[in-house]
Design a protein around this ligand. Structure first.
Ligand code: RFL
Ligand code: PHB
Length: 393
């Protein structure tokens, strides 16, 4: 027997699960969020940093953008660098004045958790053995263990917002699910350093030794990445070696990269992944649970937010007007944007990384594309409009 009840059971308190719970609350719909990690863990997990215009607009217009507006940095452009030469993608000129905001994902998560709890919402942390049941029936349940007790949550719909390694996707039967995947032969070594950023705008650099990215978090904290072998061990990368590579790969005439203490470092493999459909019965997948993009386009968190905007609207029309059309079309609506973003993320990844093994044909094509970015306003406009984000619909 279920000992808890809600309208929407949400698995995962990342950006997808928390934004969904927040939007549903604004529609007068009750939800419970189940998260396996501690609150402290999810609030300090360093990940994405770039919010598209549409993501920023959503957070601000729904009342969770106060700190984002005060502490986030609005950027009106981004730099692509090839062999030491920088090419600015000017959003004001090329993307109708739309911008991006640099604000850490964990800050977004902190703001949302605070808002949910302040509004009396239920977010349970350190929950184990989460398992969705009866998702094709009218009364699905989620069983889990919390505070040493077995619990059961009854709901009308389940949102699988539990990331790429979550449990919800596995509930969709194999014969229903189609998976599309690409693994890349490179990874990113990311650092957080206690040093003022050496740049006002992000720098994505292609160099014969590999890709490097200079991003930032605040006036005192820089976020930087270098392309490495995905199976490389972080133990092979003492701080001096990381700075040495960053100095070589980001070098540009007349510009210096300031170094500082490294506060955190780690290696992430890169992959593209999509599952179709993103729904089964009354189970709806959102964010990384349904798709992964390589980070070169800065899209993962934004795509998670775009999914749950569609899902919240569809659930609202189901709960309020008893119309299921939008909900039935949820996967189809989201996948249009998902594949557009897959294309952009893949294009940026292949444009900026050194291809190991160096297929000579692919390398020549890549160099031609880089020269085209440098010479063509049309190409820079394409990058600009995708980077700031296409409309959510
Ligand atoms: P999340 O953030 O992974 O959240 C899923 C949550 O579900 C929990 N969970 C479970 N809870 C209960 N039971 C279970 N069985 C569970 N299994 C998992 C997890 O603990 C977690 O709290 O997924 P969500 O919400 O879909 O959000 C997606 C984003 O986190 C992700 O796409 C981005 O971080 C990707 N990403 C970037 N996205 C951007 O938009 N802009 C960027 O600049 C950007 N840079 C990045 C990135 C990801 C990176 N890494 C580390 C993969 C840079 C990097 C290096
Ligand atoms: C980041 O600031 O962490 C970041 C920025 C741009 C990307 C990926 C990550 O493409």
């Amino acid at each position: 027997m279920a000992d808890m009840e809600t309208q929407v059971g949400i698995v995962g308190a990342g950006p997808a699960g928390l934004v969904l719970s927040h939007l549903l609350h604004l529609e007068g719909i009750d939800s419970v969020v189940l998260e396996q990690r501690s609150r402290d863990y999810v609030e300090s997990r360093v990940r994405a940093g770039v919010l598209e215009q549409g993501s920023t607009d959503l957070l601000v217009s729904t009342g969770v953008g106060e700190r984002l507006l005060a502490e986030g940095a609005v950027h009106e452009g981004v730099n692509l660098q090839f062999d030491g030469e920088r090419h600015r993608i000017d959003f004001t000129e090329l993307a109708d004045g739309r911008t991006i905001t640099v604000y850490g994902q964990q800050e977004v998560v902190k703001d949302l958790i605070e808002a949910r709890l302040a509004a009396g919402g239920t977010v349970l942390f350190e929950v184990d053995d989460v398992e969705p049941h009866d998702v094709t029936g009218s009364r699905p349940t989620i069983t889990f263990r919390h505070d040493g007790t077995d619990r059961e949550l009854a709901c009308a719909a389940i949102a699988g917002c539990d990331g790429f390694h979550g449990v919800c996707r596995g509930v969709i039967p194999e014969h229903v699910l189609r998976e599309f995947e690409r693994e890349y032969p490179f990874g990113w070594l990311g650092i957080l350093a206690a040093v003022a950023p050496s740049t006002h705008e992000l720098i994505y650099a292609f160099h014969e030794r590999g890709f490097a990215l200079h991003s930032l978090r605040s006036p005192e904290i820089s976020r930087l990445y270098v392309q490495v072998d995905p199976s490389d061990d972080i133990a092979n990368w003492p701080d001096e070696r990381i700075w040495e590579e960053l100095q070589l790969r980001l070098a540009s005439p007349g510009w210096t990269l300031d170094e500082g203490p490294i506060m955190e470092k780690g290696i992430t493999a890169m992959r593209s992944y999509v599952c179709e459909p993103m729904q089964h019965g009354n189970l709806f997948l959102a964010g990384d649970a349904a798709h992964i993009v390589p980070p070169t386009g800065a899209k993962g968190m934004n795509l998670a937010i775009a999914d749950v905007i569609v899902l919240a609207r569809a659930l609202a029309s189901w709960f309020t007007h008893s119309t299921r059309d939008e909900l039935d079309r949820y996967s189809q609506t989201c996948l249009g944007r998902v594949w557009r973003v897959q294309d952009f993320s893949n294009t940026m990844t292949e444009l900026m990384h050194v291809l190991p093994g160096g297929d000579p044909f692919a390398t020549r094509v890549q160099r031609a594309k880089q020269r085209y970015v440098a010479s063509s306003v049309a190409m820079r406009r394409t990058i600009a409009e995708n980077y700031v984000g296409l409309p959510i619909g």
